[in-house]
Design a protein around this ligand. Structure first.
Ligand code: SIN
Length: 326
C-alpha cells in the first residue's frame, strides 16, 4: 500500500513537472582579490553560465585563496574537489616545462605581442601541454607586466644584489633573481603581505593590480617600473570533468568562458593603469621610472636566463614568441 501511494505521488509529481535534477556545482578557485582582472573574469563567467544554464549549473567562485592556494589547486582539481582555476603561467612548472617560456625576462615587447603569441598557433598548442597530466587549458587571461618592489629604490640591477625576493614557484624566476645576485624565496601568494610586513623578505615582483589589491604598496616604499616579465594566467580544468560533461552544457560553458576571458583581457590594461595611479595617489610608495640606459642594464643582467632555459623550453618556441614582437 505504502509503495502504491509513493508511486502515485511520484507519477503526480512527474505530471506536474516538478522533479528536477539538482544543478551541477562548478567550483572556481583563485588566489587574487575580486577587483582584479582574474576576479572580475571569474565573476563574469559565473554570471553568464548561470544565466544561460538556469537550474542546470551553479558556479561558486572562491577568491583570495579561500578554497585552495595555487600550490594545491591542481592536485585538488585532479581529485575532483574543484573544477576550474586560473593559476599564473609561472605555476605550471611541475606539470610542463614548455610554459616556462612565459617567465623568460624581457621576452615580449608589450601586451599586444603577448596576445599575438597566445592567440597564435604556438600559444594555442600550449593549451594542450598539460594533457598528459590530466588537465586541459581552456584559454589565456592577461594580468600584465610585473614591477619590482623593495624597501630601497631599485634603479640598476646592482641595487637588487643581496636582497631576498619572494617569487612564484618557478625555476626561471629563481634564475632571474640569482642572475642579479639576489636570493629568490618561493612562497605562496597568500603569504606575501605578511612576509613583507615582517621584513622576512626584502622585495617582490607583481603586476599593478596585485600590488594594489593586496596592499603590497603599503609595505613596500619603492616600486620600480621594470616591466621585466609577464604575469598572465591559463584557465584550466580536469580532462575527466570536462569530457564527462553533456556536450550541450560543455558548449555553453565554453562560450561563456570565452566571453568572460575576452572581457577580462579587455579590462586588464585599463585596470593596471588605474591601480598604478591609485598607488601613486596614496603616496605610500614611490613609483620609479627607469631611463633607457637603466632599463638596458636590467635587460643585459637578466639575458643569461634565456640561454639557461633554451633547451628545456625549446628554441622553436622561443623563436615563435619573438616573432610575435614584430
Ligand atoms: C596571481 O596573480 O594569481 C598570483 C600571482 C603570484 O603568486 O604572485
Amino acid at each position: 500500500m505504502k509503495k502504491l501511494i509513493t508511486a502515485v505521488a511520484l507519477a503526480a509529481t512527474l505530471m506536474c513537472g516538478t522533479v528536477q535534477a539538482a544543478p551541477m556545482t562548478i567550483k572556481f578557485a583563485h588566489v587574487v582579490a575580486e577587483k582584479t582582472p582574474k576576479g572580475r573574469m571569474a565573476n563574469k563567467f559565473k554570471e553568464l553560465a548561470e544565466e544561460r544554464l538556469p537550474g542546470k549549473v551553479v558556479v561558486e567562485v572562491y577568491p583570495n585563496s579561500q578554497l585552495f592556494g595555487d600550490d594545491k589547486v591542481l592536485e585538488a582539481m585532479l581529485l575532483g574537489d574543484v573544477q576550474l582555476a586560473a593559476p599564473s603561467l609561472s605555476k605550471f612548472s611541475r606539470y610542463t616545462k614548455q610554459l616556462d617560456i612565459f617567465d623568460l625576462p624581457f621576452l615580449f615587447k608589450d601586451m599586444a605581442a603577448v596576445d599575438r603569441f597566445q592567440q597564435g598557433p604556438a600559444g594555442q598548442k600550449l593549451l594542450n601541454s598539460l594533457e598528459k597530466k590530466g588537465l586541459l587549458g581552456l584559454g589565456y587571461l592577461h594580468n600584465g607586466l610585473k614591477q619590482m618592489s623593495a624597501f630601497k629604490p631599485l634603479r640598476v640591477p646592482a641595487d637588487a644584489k643581496g636582497l631576498k625576493f619572494r617569487i612564484q614557484a618557478s625555476d626561471v624566476l629563481a634564475a632571474q633573481f640569482e642572475q642579479l645576485g639576489a636570493a629568490p624565496v618561493k612562497k605562496p601568494f597568500s603569504e606575501v603581505f605578511t612576509l613583507l610586513q615582517t621584513k622576512a623578505i626584502d622585495g617582490t615582483e607583481n603586476p599593478w593590480s596585485n600590488t594594489y589589491s593586496k596592499k603590497f604598496f603599503e609595505v613596500q616604499p619603492y616600486i620600480t617600473e621594470t616591466d621585466h616579465g609577464l604575469l598572465d594566467y591559463m584557465v584550466v580544468t580536469s580532462a575527466e570533468f570536462w569530457t564527462g560533461l553533456p556536450a550541450d552544457v560543455r558548449d555553453v560553458l565554453k562560450k561563456s568562458l570565452d566571453e568572460a576571458l575576452a572581457y577580462g583581457n579587455q579590462i586588464a590594461a585599463e585596470q593596471a593603469m588605474s591601480d598604478r595611479q591609485k598607488i601613486i595617489d596614496s603616496k605610500r610608495s614611490e613609483v620609479i621610472a627607469l631611463t633607457e640606459a637603466e632599463r638596458a642594464q636590467w635587460v643585459e643582467a637578466m639575458k643569461p636566463v634565456w640561454q639557461k632555459f633554451e633547451d628545456r623550453i625549446g628554441k622553436d618556441l622561443i623563436e615563435a614568441a619573438l616573432q610575435a614582437n614584430q
